[in-house]
Design a protein around this ligand. Structure first.
Ligand code: GAP
Length: 378
């Protein structure tokens, strides 16, 4: 009500819409002068130097080129891939036929991508060589917008299930669409340096398969037994940078926590199923048979979990070492263990300790560190 009735808000929104429309058509027409004119008209100031003295707007090379061929006269210019997606497209029919897949279905892949980024900064946020995790989801033409909305919702649900904090993710719908897309949105994450793109969800139409068909002369069509016809499927893509995801998790999981006694502890509140070390086993002392008993416990857990054994320093110091690397559980073996086969198990986030039977350890650790619980919650 406020947005639609307040004079100033309405006026500002009209201004924003006009600028966005102008910007969108300049971008789509590759009108570099038009873009510069918008910058001049809006009197945009460089946030760092304060200058309005801009250079012309230029198109940058976004791909790395190299040469393939044994002798230089015969060599041809090739490009390092700027996305992993094309490998999936050219293999679409192989996977569909050998896997006997029916549409709708997806193919997911992880791999390196290379971009000639103008500014590669902010640690591993933007690099020239990075790792992408992409999925191409093949659908019937005409159903792509429905699937686009489904995947937007599903991916957001996944990010929220990681428990990295309330309000850390948001959508950003694209104003300017890539040449292959008819809809696109980012999932942005609140990094320590602000909200930035973490994942892209794109409705890529049939552009890629159609282009591969055209230039290879090889048909990339799917025979739909329900419709009794062949067509080029439409594609909805989810695309996320592994390095960026890693940075999102690491930066939000690392905490310097103030404790009740006034001290602080460094703790990595990383989702338990992603923790590099799942469990640490510690004998209270180095003698009286406690190390041997601890080794027996390791023998039970080692086939399923990455563990650390630590007998050095006071127990409190050992707990802190595990907190700092995000180990969800510390198991302490003491003299009582030798009598009744029980141990204390300490949980990283709450620091609560519980006395449990060794026989129950496997079940307790599994329940917390398994990714299955997260998947079931989706
Ligand atoms: N196939 C579509 C595509 O590549 P994109 O939005 O350009 O879409 C997808 O890239 C994801 O790849 C981004 O959301 C980001 O997580 C990651 N990414 C892109 N450029 C990157 C770079 N220079 N360094 C690290 N990650 C990058």
């Amino acid at each position: 009500m406020f947005r639609s009735t307040n004079g100033r808000v309405v006026e500002n929104q009209t201004k924003i819409d006009t600028i966005n429309t102008r910007f969108k058509s300049a971008l789509e027409a590759n009108d570099m002068e038009g873009i510069k004119q918008i910058i001049i008209d809006l009197e945009i100031v460089c946030p760092i130097s304060g200058t309005k003295n801009w250079t012309d707007v230029r198109q940058f090379n976004l791909m790395f080129s190299t040469e393939m061929g044994s002798v230089s006269e015969d060599s041809s210019k090739i490009y390092l891939r700027p996305e992993t997606a094309q490998g999936i497209f050219v293999n679409f029919l192989n996977v569909q036929k050998t896997g006997r897949m029916r549409i709708p279905f997806g193919i997911a892949q992880i791999g390196k991508a290379f971009r000639n980024e103008i500014v590669a900064r902010q640690f591993i946020f933007r690099m020239r060589e990075f790792e992408q995790m992409e999925m191409q989801f093949f659908v019937r033409p005409g159903t792509e917008m429905e699937w686009y909305e489904t995947w937007k919702a599903k991916r957001m649900q996944w990010h929220k299930a990681l428990g990295l904090g309330e309000g850390k993710q948001r959508f950003h719908d694209h104003l300017k669409l890539a040449h292959y897309a008819n809809a696109a949105a980012d999932i942005e994450f609140e990094f320590p340096f602000g909200f930035k793109e973490l994942e892209g969800i794109h409705s890529r139409t049939d552009f890629d398969l159609k282009s591969h068909e055209e230039f290879s002369g090889k048909k990339l069509r799917y025979f739909d037994p329900e419709l009794n016809e062949s067509y080029i499927p439409y594609v909805v893509e989810t695309s996320i940078g592994l390095d960026r995801m890693f940075l999102a998790i690491l930066s939000s999981a690392y905490n310097e926590e103030k404790l009740e006694d006034g001290s602080t502890r460094d703790v990595l509140n990383i989702p338990a199923f992603l923790a590099p070390v799942k469990v640490a086993v510690m004998p209270l002392t180095k003698k009286d048979g406690l190390p041997e008993k601890a080794r027996e416990i390791i023998d039970i857990l080692k086939y399923e979990h990455i563990y650390q054994y630590d007998e050095k320093d006071a127990i409190g110091k050992r707990y802190r070492r595990q907190d700092a690397i995000g180990t969800p559980f510390c198991i302490t073996v003491d003299h009582q263990t030798l009598e009744d086969n029980t141990v204390t198990i300490r949980e990283r986030d709450t620091m609560t300790q519980e006395r449990v039977a060794i026989a129950d350890l496997q079940r307790i650790v599994n329940a917390k560190v398994s990714i299955n619980e997260v998947l079931k919650s989706l």
